[in-house]
Ligand binder design. Structure first.
Ligand code: N01
Length: 553
């Protein structure tokens, strides 16, 4: 492995040690680690700048729902001490600015090729390297490929009759125009009531002449209680960063430092429970689900939290019929990604907002100037699709990844993604995935999981270089056991009960498999570390110039 790109023998293609796909938070940190270790690397990014999901998701109200002092890199002490987050939950433009700052501060841009998609990656068994083809018609060679493609970056256009014939503007929340959208005086239809809609509806309602919200499944949402951060608050966190980061990485299930629950919901009587939920509701944010330690494990416990939130919806929304319609009743709270909002439910008290219940009928048809649902026409000028993503596998599936004998990753994953530790898929040597299916990923503070994966991969590549190893791949047994373990743990929770994107249920025809690993980031980190300490147990590694397997399990 070399320190600089070279022209490989017998080939005019540039060659790198590593090609990284995507320049979001994962791709940027991966590049930084690789460069520090002296590997040559190139990053390809489809967008015109860094930031990944924060580059694309620019809809009104977009902001992170993990507190920014925690949803930020920890790898550089200087960086975490110098950056000033303005609010408890930073808005998208600030998170994007942070990503741009990181790219500049660590000089990353020189190794990133923007506006360029990786379209194909084919493993050449002969030279033990990947041939990577990009949308600019070029090909490069890389010994390793790292997919830093993001879990929620493949925006999904719904297949609704008449959609192409709509005459007004159509926007997807996951692909929002950079110049923003002015809804003043417009009748706007929003399809979807997930996190993206829940954040944007209150702001669109302030601008639009009328807003129609088409709701197929009501969602649980907790108030964010967002506020400006004071210098004292920032300083307190900065001083305590070593402990905050340690707990988030090693102890918290979800990578978020917070007060840990020490008891189950049924260990408290009704009054005590109510007090606890009120405290969590008043504090706001995702940690509402940490009021008790069994809310995602025990249906009866879960019911107590769900019922509390349903009551809150009824308190906020003045019209009882609308409140009832907004109260989720077909899935346990938290089994679909819980939402965090600012004034979402209250928006339905506005005279210019109409909730359209499409539970029974769906959207029947989109006409040039209207949406027909439940047999009723709703005339609109503009349509917003807050219809989500082909999550976790969608961005990987868009790349034509081929291994030995032309076998594609899409073929292998046709019945659901299969990985060992979420990091590699058997049969695809030297191909790593950051926060892939089978890892805690979307069930965690993504930055904690990204840093853990990047560090593990970087350490692994350094290990290989130091031991003269050129190729690595998951063994079939290790992968099979890991997939079984991921499923087994998921079945112990209430998660599989919901038709969620975690299960692939939002994409017609996608296999229903609970994709992330729910064992918790602390447990998962320990497993990954043990695997590495045991000489990368469960991975087959091949030494230079021989086909000898150096390690298997
Ligand atoms: O997407 P979603 P999202 N007709 O899939 C509906 C992260 N995120 O972009 O539930 C009618 O959650 C669909 O209905 P149903 C976060 O992890 C984070 O909002 O399938 N409706 C649902 O209501 C989040 O979970 C942040 O019945 C249709 C909605 O569209 C994830 O991204 C902010 C439909 C899609 O909801 C995805 O959130 C935003 C159709 N044909 C997002 N198709 C923060 O960090 C779909 N729907 C704050």
């Amino acid at each position: 492995m070399s320190a600089a790109p070279s022209n490989a023998e017998n080939s005019r293609e540039p060659a790198f040690d590593v090609v990284v796909v995507g320049a979001g938070f994962a791709g940027m940190y991966m590049l930084h680690r690789l460069r520090k270790l002296g590997f040559s690397a190139r990053v390809y990014e489809q967008g015109s700048d860094v930031g990944g999901t924060w580059y694309w998701n620019r809809y009104p109200g977009a902001r992170c729902d993990v507190e920014s002092m925690q949803y930020s890199y920890s790898f550089s002490e200087e960086l975490q001490q110098e950056w000033n987050w303005s609010e408890r939950y930073a808005p998208q433009p600030e998170i994007l600015k942070y990503a741009q700052h990181v790219a500049d501060r660590f000089g990353l841009r020189q190794d990133i090729v923007f506006n360029t998609r990786v379209e194909r990656a084919e493993f050449d068994e002969g030279c033990g390297a990947w041939q990577v083809a990009t949308s600019d018609g070029k090909t490069v060679r890389a010994q390793f490929v790292v997919l830093a493609t993001g879990c929620l970056s493949n925006a999904r256009m719904p297949d609704i009759k008449g959609l192409p014939d709509f005459e007004g503007n159509v926007y997807h929340t996951g692909h929002w125009p950079h110049e923003g959208v002015d809804f003043t005086n417009l009748r706007v239809g929003v399809i979807g009531t997930g996190s993206s809609a829940i954040q944007s509806v209150p702001l669109m309602a302030e601008q639009a002449r009328h807003l129609f919200v088409f709701q197929r499944t009501p969602n649980f949402s907790i108030p964010a209680r967002n506020a400006a951060l004071t210098d004292e608050e920032r300083d307190a966190v900065r001083k305590n960063y070593p402990e905050i980061r340690r707990v988030a990485r090693e102890e918290a299930r979800n990578g978020i430092y917070a007060e840990m629950p020490d008891r189950g919901a049924l260990d408290d009587g009704e009054n005590a429970r109510r007090v606890k939920y009120e405290q969590r509701w008043a504090k706001g944010g995702l940690t509402f689900m940490m009021a008790y330690n069994n809310l995602l494990l025990d249906q009866t416990a879960n019911d107590t939290a769900a019922s509390f939130v349903r009551d809150k919806i009824a308190e906020i929304v003045r019209d009882p019929a609308i409140a009832r319609c907004l109260q989720p009743d077909n899935h346990p709270i938290g089994s679909k990604r819980i939402c965090v909002d600012t004034d979402y439910y209250a928006a339905f008290n506005r005279p210019n907002v109409t909730l359209v219940d499409i539970r029974a009928t769906g959207v029947e048809e989109i006409l040039p100037n209207a949406v027909r649902a439940g047999g009723q026409m709703h005339e609109i000028d503009t349509l917003v699709l807050a219809t989500g993503f082909d999550a976790m596998t969608g961005s990987v599936a868009k790349i034509d990844i081929r291994s030995r004998d032309g076998r594609t990753l899409n073929q292998k994953w046709a019945a659901g993604p299969k990985t060992y530790l979420g990091l590699m898929s058997e049969g695809f040597p030297n191909l790593f995935i950051i926060t892939g299916p089978g890892s805690p990923s979307v069930l965690s503070n993504m930055i904690v999981s990204i840093e853990q994966h990047v560090d593990w991969i970087a350490d692994c590549l350094a290990f290989m270089r130091n031991h003269g190893l050129v190729s690595m791949e998951a063994t079939p047994d290790a992968e099979e056991q890991w997939v079984a373990h991921v499923n087994e743990v998921a079945q112990m929770t209430v998660y599989p009960q919901a038709n969620s994107w975690y299960m692939g249920a939002n994409i017609p025809g996608k296999p229903r498999i609970f994709m992330p690993y729910i064992g918790g980031v602390g447990v998962y980190r320990r497993i990954c570390n043990e695997v590495a300490a045991a000489g990368y147990r469960g991975f087959a590694m091949t030494a230079r110039q021989t086909d000898r397997l150096a390690a298997t399990s």
